[in-house]
Design a protein. Structure first.
Length: 364
């Protein structure tokens, strides 16, 4: 029997804690402090305790990237090393501050930034590196940190896909000057619109808090040029409601991933690997397969919504189109396929995804 399996069932997840979300949102509406109010302060405090770092809530993950670059003084003429195998905003925000994104290839094992290629591309103009924790696990941050210290570079960790994961038993941001967080819907920890945060030292986070609010230090006193990149109170209240459930939802993702690992091991696909220095929280469960687009279409015909993260490397996007060769990125972008793995997916749905994949490969 055919069933529909969405890639991410936000309605099911949000409905499961609807009364909690309704309560916090109602309180936010009742006190009507929607900008820099108590809910923003509460989620910043909650995340500070979790991450062992100061935290500033901001309007989106993209805003977090942009503000982090600005807070570190990165601008025209500077080079920032970024992975090409990532969402476009990683490079885009570097360009927005006037700096130059230098694209780095990915690893074939874990799909994060390749440390050897990163090291090769450091020049006298290099000011920072922004590795991305792809699909739910960290890049090799401890090694990248050591290289940054050797060359005097800033390290900005893009942890938009890895909330709740650990690297050498340390939480997100432990090896970075600044870490960015995205709460975009369907992330491991999400709100109901755009939302983000930056974590780091108290000094840098105070700078982020000024930059996010028009360079303001007090009402009508602006000490620098800033932006309107604030996290609004309603989204913050939703994050406060959801935070107590994140660890269980991540555990559910890990259990779902292990089910896939067992059931798909005999199929002609490459299963995701976890580096021994990481925990993986499976923002996406990504397999590699030949004829990816045909598999994608077949699953869609059976009612299974899969994903392609990302079908083009940033260096191949028309906005950049550098013409350079990044062979690992180009391979992964052509073969990667993300399967539904959201935390409240049912066993029936997981079985159905496996059955559809098995049917496809058995027919070849």
């Amino acid at each position: 029997m055919e069933i529909k399996v969405p890639y991410a069932n936000l309605h099911r997840i949000n409905s499961s804690i609807k009364s909690t979300i309704d309560s916090t949102m109602s309180q936010c509406i009742e006190n009507s402090q929607f900008i820099n109010g108590p809910w923003v302060e509460q989620i910043e405090s909650t995340l500070k305790e979790r991450l062992h770092a100061s935290v500033a809530g901001v309007g989106s993950g993209t805003a977090a990237q942009q503000l982090s670059l600005l807070a570190l003084g990165i601008g025209p003429g500077d080079e920032v090393l970024v992975p090409s195998m990532t969402f476009f905003s990683t490079a885009e925000t570097v360009s927005q501050v006037g700096a130059i994104p230098i694209f780095v290839d990915c690893e074939l094992d874990y799909y994060c930034m390749d440390v050897k290629d990163f090291t090769r591309k450091i020049t006298k103009k290099t000011k920072a590196v922004m590795p991305v924790d792809l699909y739910g696990q960290h890049a090799n941050l401890r090694e990248i940190r050591n290289i940054c210290d050797m060359y005097g570079l800033f390290l900005i960790q893009d942890s938009a896909q890895s909330f709740g994961s650990f690297h050498h038993s340390q939480p997100v941001g432990s090896f970075a000057d600044l870490a960015i967080h995205s709460f975009y819907p369907a992330k491991n920890f999400d709100c109901m619109g755009d939302g983000g945060a930056v974590s780091g030292s108290e000094e840098l986070i105070n700078q982020i808090k000024r930059l996010r609010d028009h360079g303001r230090t007090e009402k009508y006193l602006h000490t620098q040029i800033g932006w309107n990149h604030r996290l609004d109170g309603l989204q913050a209240s939703i994050l406060c409601a959801k935070h107590p459930y994140v660890d269980q939802w991540n555990t559910n993702r890990q259990v779902n991933a292990e089910f896939y690992n067992v059931k798909l091991e005999d199929l002609p696909v490459t299963l995701p690997k976890t580096a021994d220095y990481n925990t993986h929280v499976y923002n996406q469960y990504v397999i590699m397969t030949k004829n990816r687009d045909n598999v994608f279409k077949y699953l869609a015909s059976k009612g299974v919504q899969a994903g392609k993260q990302f079908p083009l490397g940033c260096h191949q996007q028309p906005a950049y189109n550098t013409g350079e060769s990044l062979p690992n990125t180009e391979y992964v972008s052509k073969h990667c396929l993300s399967l539904p793995i959201y935390p409240l997916i049912t066993q029936e749905e997981l079985n159905y995804v496996v059955d559809c994949l098995t049917e496809y490969f058995d027919s070849k």
